[in-house]
Design a protein around this ligand. Structure first.
Ligand code: FPP
Length: 233
């Protein structure tokens, strides 16, 4: 099988990586943030077209304020420092999720980076921030409902309707989901889009997940037999 077109990543294990080194959890997030660009570049070199990272979930607000603040600060930094790098690497960045709950400043930084990278033609990187799969589906259905209602059309929702109102509307569904940190669950990530994705779980913690580990995940994916519920010819 060919390399996956779209890889989605749940970057788990930052806290445990730090704890093992007697560092505060926040240090794990700092190292994790550094790995985002490195793995994106490796993905690009492997011929992957889309990469989507789970950076902050709709449930992550429940963490201690100090940790939430650190994650927000890392995201803010990322938006600013990445403008140069994404230009150099020809990466287009988009944010998915409900950004209206983020600070005005972070929202502005996000729009700036999206705008500055919008014409780049290389790897397409999505960052999921204040993102939840169920929240996204509910927002999509409401958007569809509002529009159809104002046009006075009969109200019928199809799978295509929902897909076309998701934050990922013009992005193909992920072919492969990678989750680091040893847990085997989806944690409300891309619930609609992952329906037919191949799932790959590794015990590696996100800050130590390397280019070689990515290659290993792709090698495993290439040996899988995707049937989408049908039978092999
Ligand atoms: C899960 O590890 C990770 C997160 C909740 C945050 C992921 C965020 C980053 C890697 C940094 C910001 C991202 C960008 C794009 C700059 P965990 O804290 O749940 O780890 P644990 O399970 O070991 O406690």
């Amino acid at each position: 099988m060919a390399v996956p077109r779209h890889v989605a990543i749940i970057m788990d294990g930052n806290g445990r990586w730090a704890k093992k080194r007697a560092l505060p959890r926040e240090a794990g997030h700092t190292m994790g943030a550094k790995n985002v660009e490195k793995i994106a570049e490796a993905a690009d070199n492997l011929g992957i077209e889309y990469i989507t990272y789970y950076a902050f979930s709709t449930e992550n607000w429940e963490r201690p304020q100090k940790e939430v603040d650190k994650l927000m600060a890392l995201l803010s930094d990322y938006m600013k420092t990445s403008i140069k790098k994404t230009t150099k690497n020809n990466i287009r960045v988009r944010v998915i999720g409900d950004i209206s709950r983020l600070s005005q400043k972070l929202q502005k930084d996000i729009l700036n980076l999206e705008d500055a990278s919008s014409k780049n033609t290389g790897l397409k990187m999505q960052l999921a921030i204040n993102y939840g799969g169920r929240d996204e589906i509910v927002r999509a259905v409401n958007k569809a409902y509002d529009e159809m209602d104002s046009e006075g059309k009969p109200f019928r929702i199809t799978q295509e309707t929902i897909s076309s109102y998701l934050d990922t509307k013009d992005i193909p569904d992920p072919d492969l989901l990678i989750r680091t940190g040893g847990e085997m669950r989806l944690s409300n990530f891309l619930m609609w889009q992952l329906s037919y994705a191949e799932l790959y779980f590794t015990d590696r913690m996100w800050p130590e997940f390397s280019k070689e580990d990515l290659k290993e995940a792709i090698d495993v994916y290439e040996k899988r037999d995707r049937r989408y519920g049908g039978l092999k010819e």
